[in-house]
Write a protein that binds this ligand. Structure first.
Ligand code: 4H3
Length: 240
């Protein structure tokens, strides 16, 4: 899968190549990342990318034309069918279902705004969608873009080593995961739940399933829907 990112700060994306699971996937070629510096698409001699908002108000707005040129250039290289997504608090809220939807595309073109945002006419003319990573405002779309890249890349074959971790993790099936433990079995007066030490796989699976539902009910009751196989009283007889 290929990611093209239009940004005023391409440097912010370079550290990805060095670290962790995503760094490895980039080095191994499972995912490809190309950043495009918006300033390269502005006009000399000043290479301005922003201007004051019509109607007044604080801050600056990214001009439509450099964005347009950048995306035209990206389209010449990005895979056919890759959507142009503008990161914005006004966009569709990202969740695990949307992450997996996005992972089905051959590529994503992520456009990062700055300052007060971008000229609305650019959004109308070139963006296929607006994407929000949560209900908060950031100074730029770069960190949201990094977040999308990370979450989506996990579903590209080869990125995450153990395929099981994709199917058993939190949110798969719409529920939170059971708590995890590792050695030692007793630590500062706290013990690992007995069932996990026994090696009885059916009991362990049942315990994890119950814990997942208990946790979801306590922490994220909003996730309990008919689709997740739970009604609004998931705890039933099971109290922790
Ligand atoms: C995305 C972008 C929050 C999100 C963002 C989010 C800066 C959008 C600028 C940039 C506009 C002003 N903040 N929740 N900020 O995904 O281009 O908002």
């Amino acid at each position: 899968m290929r990611f093209d990112v239009v940004t005023l700060s391409p440097d912010l994306f370079e550290p990805l190549r060095q670290f962790g699971v995503i760094g490895r996937a980039l080095r191994d070629g499972h995912i490809v990342l190309k950043t495009w510096n918006l300033r390269d698409f502005a006009d000399p001699p000043h290479f301005r990318v922003d201007d004051r908002p019509y109607g007044g108000g604080p801050g600056m707005v990214l001009m439509a034309e450099p964005l347009w040129r950048a995306v035209e250039a990206v389209r010449g290289e990005a895979p056919a069918g890759a959507p142009v997504l503008y990161l914005s608090p006004q966009g569709r809220r990202l969740d695990q279902a949307l992450v997996e939807e996005l992972a089905a595309y051959p590529g994503l073109i992520l456009v990062c705004g700055r300052y007060e945002g971008v000229d609305e006419r650019w959004i109308e003319s070139q963006a296929d969608g607006e994407l929000s990573v949560g209900d908060f405002v950031m100074t730029g779309g770069e960190i949201p873009a990094l977040l999308v890249l990370d979450a989506v890349s996990r579903f590209v074959p080869g990125t995450v080593g153990d395929e099981q971790s994709l199917t058993q993790e939190s949110f798969r099936g719409g529920l939170l995961e059971a708590p995890a433990y590792t050695r030692p079995a007793a630590w500062r007066g706290r013990e690992v739940p007995e069932v996990l030490l026994g090696g009885h796989h059916e009991d362990i699976a049942a315990w994890r399933s119950t814990q997942g539902r208990v946790r979801t009910g306590r922490r994220r009751p909003d996730l309990l829907t008919p689709e997740t196989g739970c009604d609004q009283d998931p705890l039933g007889k099971t109290k922790k």
